[in-house]
Design a protein around this ligand. Structure first.
Ligand SMILES: [Zn+2]
Length: 348
């Protein structure tokens, strides 16, 4: 979408990285926010930045809610885990249709981008590109087994799973692409190795130790946490895993992801509600974690003059939410995809 025609949108706008709420009018033109004008009165519509799902595996949509038993290793670890056997046995058109269905659902729910760990080498990356054709939601695709060259970078399942890691990471870096690792999902033992590569993103850190959290914060490496998937896959059973409060207090940058579509719906509204309820983080911090990963797609993830016009307009009247005394808390704890009145998802 180019969006050459000028459009205005008025409401209670969550502005900047602080998500400070103010009555305002946004003027959109050429896919950008050309001005932010303060108003004394504005309609009771809540205007927030588009969400960004910082960790998905869209390919396993085709294994949705398959009865799962066994350890993390038996279920999702390559190359012989259940999901990898299912992916290998799935015809390409069904795989593409599954990913397309999840992408469309995310887009309708106000998610403007995601970062996907794509299995299946270069063909796997190509299949996700096909699935995303014509959508406004453009996934950032991290491949493996050669898929890193076709995609936007490499998504490593664990530093302990991959032989030849140094070469793969060095080649990816030379190509100017992203490096991300799953780390600390079932124990802390693969976190230090991942950290030694100074990746662009760590995923999970469910069992990161205090000193690892310190190093992550000091290196300013963002962490994509996926609390619901951790609980479903049996690697978290309490509010200290992942250690969100400690990570937040240490100054880590947190992003929210929903992980395997096989076990969790790629719905950041649900992820935010669960995270706020179980981990007790302040709603503003939870909401920021569901937005800020959009920096990986380029441009300012937040609403600001001259930023990309990537917005979600929520109508609180649809679910009796106009009584809210704190729209940010209500967005995190009560809003769902059905409350969205309109989205603007221009390219960054
Ligand atoms: Zn994952």
């Amino acid at each position: 979408m180019k969006g050459e025609r000028e459009t205005t949108v008025e409401g209670q706008v969550l502005l900047g990285g602080d998500l400070e709420i103010r009555p305002a009018r946004l003027v959109l033109r050429g896919g950008r926010i050309v001005s932010v004008e303060d108003l004394s009165l504005a309609p009771d519509l809540w205007i927030l930045p588009a969400l960004f799902n910082a960790h998905t595996h869209l390919g396993d949509t085709v294994a949705m809610d398959i009865p799962v038993e066994g350890s993390l290793e038996e279920v999702v670890t390559p190359p012989h885990g259940l999901k990898h056997r299912i992916l290998e046995g799935t015809p390409r058109d069904r795989l593409v249709a599954g990913m397309r269905a999840s992408l469309e659902t995310m887009e309708r729910g106000g998610t403007g981008g995601c970062m996907d760990f794509r299995e299946g080498g270069p063909d796997g990356v190509a299949a996700l590109r096909t699935a995303a054709e014509g959508l406004s939601l453009r996934p950032v695709i991290l491949g493996r087994e050669g898929g890193e060259h076709a995609g936007d970078g490499i998504g490593i399942s664990s530093a302990r799973d991959v032989a030849d890691l140094e070469r793969q990471v060095a080649e990816t870096r030379r190509a100017g692409k992203l490096v991300a690792f799953h780390a600390g999902e079932r124990d802390p033992d693969d976190v230090d190795a991942a950290l030694s590569f100074q990746p662009d993103l760590l995923v999970h850190c469910t069992h990161a130790t205090r000193s690892q959290i310190r190093s992550i914060a000091d290196s300013a490496i963002p962490v994509a946490v996926c609390p619901r998937a951790n609980w479903r896959l049996g690697v978290a059973r309490d509010p200290d895993h992942p250690p969100l409060s400690r990570m937040a207090a240490s100054g880590c940058t947190l992003f929210l992801g929903t992980d395997n579509v096989m076990v969790t719906q790629p719905d950041l509204w649900r992820e935010m509600e669960f995270t706020a309820t179980v981990y007790g983080l302040p709603p503003r911090q939870v909401l920021a974690a569901a937005i800020a990963g959009a920096g990986f797609s380029g441009g300012n993830p937040f609403i600001a003059p001259d930023g990309p016009a990537r917005l979600v307009v929520v109508d609180p009247g649809r679910s009796g939410l106009t009584f809210s005394r704190d729209p940010v808390a209500t967005l995190v704890k009560r809003v769902s995809a059905g409350d969205i009145r309109e989205t603007f998802l221009f390219s960054p």
